[in-house]
Design a protein around this ligand. Structure first.
Ligand code: ATP
Ligand code: MG
Length: 321
């Protein structure tokens, strides 16, 4: 396996909400390996977007705080780096396609101007360079460059806009792209079309991708590895084959059983009973214990450690420890 490009160690992020302190990311350690496509999956509210925003240090300043841990990237700790150091990394070395970004394109600007604005904010004013680079990227994403660059956002379909956003995030040739639910708003066929394109551009440009989704099925066809999040914690990490064929954690197994299949019997699909916990007062011990069919006494009291089941396959569960 290759070396890590981003190493997250013991990361803790909290939000100061009116109701109390939300422990949105709690002691998360994760390596993102150079050149891989890693899926970060988990139910709504499990801390996926918080993790992405922490890596880029785009968390809402007054409400959110990184209260522990490190995010190591090329000798820099992004968790504590100063704003001027972060500016050199953001977008040009690690870029981000935010969740629900489809609506974030400025309706009064043509697509070319979106590319120009992004370039300008990084000191590039050479329009010819921007048009050439944008055209190449759009073409790779199977869009007609000339038509798209001269369109306004409302003239494009959702799938086209999503591809424009991906091209925008690649404009400055970053080493890492973090995509937050990039296909969630799209129909299934467009989703699969874009997923395959993502895989192809990752190979072509030799990039590293972190793909965030609540839908574990999405990652099956395109990911190299998967990190399964639950209630602000990593429950299991492994390569895609292992996670889908030999999932070890009861939560991962439940997630996979909850996937509707096109050919399968609807009765075989089992939603996970219960709801994710409130992260202001998460359950003691294993955070999944209130919903876990195998929960033992110990699970209610002591948090299970992350154990390596085989090289590269880790899970945090007392059944496995
Ligand atoms: N600005 C905020 N203020 C207070 N709490 C927040 C804020 N943003 C997120 N949270 C809380 O932090 C936790 C993690 O949220 P986050 O958005 O990271 O989850 P997610 O896994 O991305 O969910 P989704 O799949 O719905 O996008 C949730 O409990 C959420 O309510
Ligand atoms: Mg999110």
């Amino acid at each position: 396996m290759s070396e890590p490009i981003i190493s997250i160690r013991g990361l803790r992020v909290v939000y100061h909400a009116l109701r109390g302190v939300v422990k949105a990311v709690d002691n998360v350690s994760l390596d993102v390996m150079k050149g891989e496509l890693i899926g970060v999956v988990g139910e709504s509210g499990s801390g996926k977007t918080t993790l992405a925003m922490a890596i880029l240090r785009l968390l809402p300043p007054k409400v959110a705080r990184i209260v522990g841990g490190h995010i190591l990237f090329d000798g820099l700790d992004l968790a504590t780096a100063r704003e001027e150091e972060l500016r050199k990394v953001r977008w040009s070395r690690i870029s981000y396609v935010p969740q629900a970004a489809l609506n974030a394109l400025n309706p009064t600007l043509k697509i070319i101007d979106h590319f120009m604005e992004t370039a300008k904010s990084h000191g590039i004013r050479d329009r010819k360079w921007v048009v050439e680079r944008a055209s190449e990227l759009l073409e790779t994403l199977r869009l007609e460059p000339e038509r798209v660059l001269n369109s306004y956002p409302h003239e494009l379909s959702g799938g086209m806009k999503q591809r424009v956003l991906i091209a925008l995030s690649m404009l400055l040739n970053p080493e890492v792209i973090i995509l937050d639910e990039p296909t969630t708003a799209l129909d299934v066929l467009t989703q699969y079309f874009i997923l395959n394109l993502l895989r192809a551009i990752k190979e072509k440009y030799n990039m590293t991708m972190m793909f965030i989704t609540h839908d574990i099925a999405v990652i099956a066809g395109i990911g190299d590895r998967v990190a399964v999040f639950y209630a602000g914690k990593v429950m299991e990490i492994g390569d895609v084959y292992t996670i889908f064929k030999r999932p070890a954690h009861p939560y991962t197994r439940a997630l996979i059983k909850s996937i509707p299949t096109l050919t399968g019997n609807i009765e075989e699909m089992k939603p996970i009973p219960g709801t994710p916990p409130d992260l202001i007062n998460p359950p003691p011990g294993c955070r999944f214990h209130p919903r876990c069919p195998y929960a033992m006494e110990k699970c209610k009291r002591v948090e299970p450690p992350m154990v390596e089941l085989k090289p590269g396959h880790l899970a945090a569960c007392w059944l496995l420890a």
